[in-house]
Design a binder for this molecule. Structure first.
Ligand code: NZQ
Ligand code: ZN
Length: 381
């Protein structure tokens, strides 16, 4: 096991009716900005619950943080924060709303432009404190430091790191209004987050392995219930907590991490607008196959413990595990090939060019260069 430091600062407030707790958790006497996406919270009652809990607080609303939040939109909120002396931010919505808010909170503290901050973490000078009411289980953003920000003008999408949300409120009932496609993408995103922290080497941390396998097995078990017409509270609660646990540091202690699937997936989104979770299920089987030598031991362990594959040669077991993983993604109703989404040669070439120009090396061993990215993507056409 590698050395590690673990500290997660977010207070997690979970369950039915918990949005009302905002009145206890928000700082009294501070100017608050409440941030939203495109309006889903107005249709599912979340907005009304938030506004009721905010009675007596001094707050302004900022609407319109879009999926894959764009810096062009976030700049307007930064400007408003500075102009109106905002002291605390509350994101109400999915991962995009919260990610965007993480950048707003940090950019409000500096003179430089918000995109410069994304590209140059040295400009970071602290943050306005922020919290969330999360309505979409997927990103784990509610309990991590990460944010992924897009730039409409340049077609880029990069990660940015702030501090942790002060608190996050997760009411599984808020997820009942999610479209099936978003649920499928959220299940996929959670699955792949765990895989990025798991699918490296064997025998590094048996505890992290079991924990990671436990989250993935839970996602596999709960997926059909989460996707069923009639939403079950317990199923959505299990899914929601799994998403949080998948990317809040709990499965990452002392183990190497990969993240190649995400880095390649982000480029697909940046160039085509494809939803995040959908990109991941296309890429992951390609990464597993292209890295079958390096990751073989762990793929076999995963296949045995999660899919029950225990027969055949090592190569056969790796093939069966990749196939079972792709089958699971298809059972969510997602595409697993680029061609199914009419993504073709031009996009693949542009992604390969970008990795080549940036000289990026991906994966736990930093050995996935642009040539290997090309191999991965060509397998997924
Ligand atoms: O904008 P509104 O109207 O709220 O609608 C949203 C949006 O259209 C809708 N939605 C959210 N909650 C809903 C709902 N619709 C009905 N009922 C509800 N309860 O869902 C759509 C997608 O929302 P979005 O926030 O974009 O989805 P998600 O939470 O999957 O976030 C995706 C973004 O997170 C980044 C992705 O790259 C992408 O930009 N990621 C962030 C990470 C992090 N912060 O740690 C890690 C992830 O790997 C990921 O990269
Ligand atoms: Zn993700």
């Amino acid at each position: 096991m590698n050395n590690f430091v673990f500290q997660n600062l977010t207070k997690l407030i979970f369950g039915k009716g918990q949005i009302a707790k905002l009145s206890e958790e928000l700082p009294k006497g501070k100017k608050i900005m409440v941030t939203f996406g495109g309006g889903s919270v107005k249709n599912n009652g979340v907005y009304d619950q938030v506004v009721a809990a905010l009675e007596g607080f001094d707050f302004v609303e900022f609407w319109g943080i879009e999926p894959n939040p764009k810096v062009e939109t976030l700049r307007k909120a930064v400007e408003q924060c500075k102009r109106e002396g905002v002291e605390f931010l509350l994101a109400v919505g999915g991962g995009s709303t919260l990610d965007g808010t993480k950048l707003i909170a940090a950019a409000a503290k500096i003179e430089a432009d918000a995109w410069e901050l994304v590209c140059n973490p040295k400009l970071y000078e602290g943050t306005l404190p922020f919290a969330s009411v999360m309505t979409l289980p997927a990103t784990g953003s509610e309990m991590n430091r990460g944010a992924v920000i897009s730039n409409l003008a340049t077609g880029e999408k990069y990660s940015f790191y702030n501090t942790y949300p002060v608190f996050s409120i997760l009411d599984p009932e808020a997820t009942f209004s999610l479209p099936k496609f978003q649920i499928a993408c959220g299940l996929a995103d959670t699955f792949v987050h765990v895989m990025e922290q798991y699918l490296t080497i064997t025998d590094c941390s048996p505890l992290m392995d079991r924990w990671a396998e436990g989250v993935v097995q839970t996602i596999v078990e709960v997926a059909p219930k989460a996707l069923a017409e009639q939403k079950e509270y317990d199923a959505m609660a299990t899914f929601m907590l799994s998403a949080t646990m998948g990317l809040n540091g709990f499965v990452a202690m002392g183990v190497p991490q990969d993240w190649a699937t995400h880095m390649i997936g982000h480029e697909i989104t940046a160039l085509t607008g494809t939803t995040h979770g959908q990109t991941l299920v296309i890429v992951l089987p390609g990464v597993m196959n292209a890295l079958r030598e390096q990751k073989g031991g762990k793929i076999v362990q995963f296949g045995e413990r999660v899919w029950g594959i225990s027969e055949g040669s090592k190569d056969e077991r790796i093939d069966k595990t990749i196939e079972a993983t792709e089958q699971f993604f298809r059972s969510l109703g997602l595409a697993t090939r680029l061609s199914e989404l009419s993504i073709g040669e031009d996009v693949v070439s542009e992604i390969v060019n970008r990795f080549s120009e940036r000289g990026t090396l991906l994966g736990e061993n930093k050995n996935i260069d642009y040539r290997l990215v090309e191999e991965i993507l060509r397998q997924r056409m």
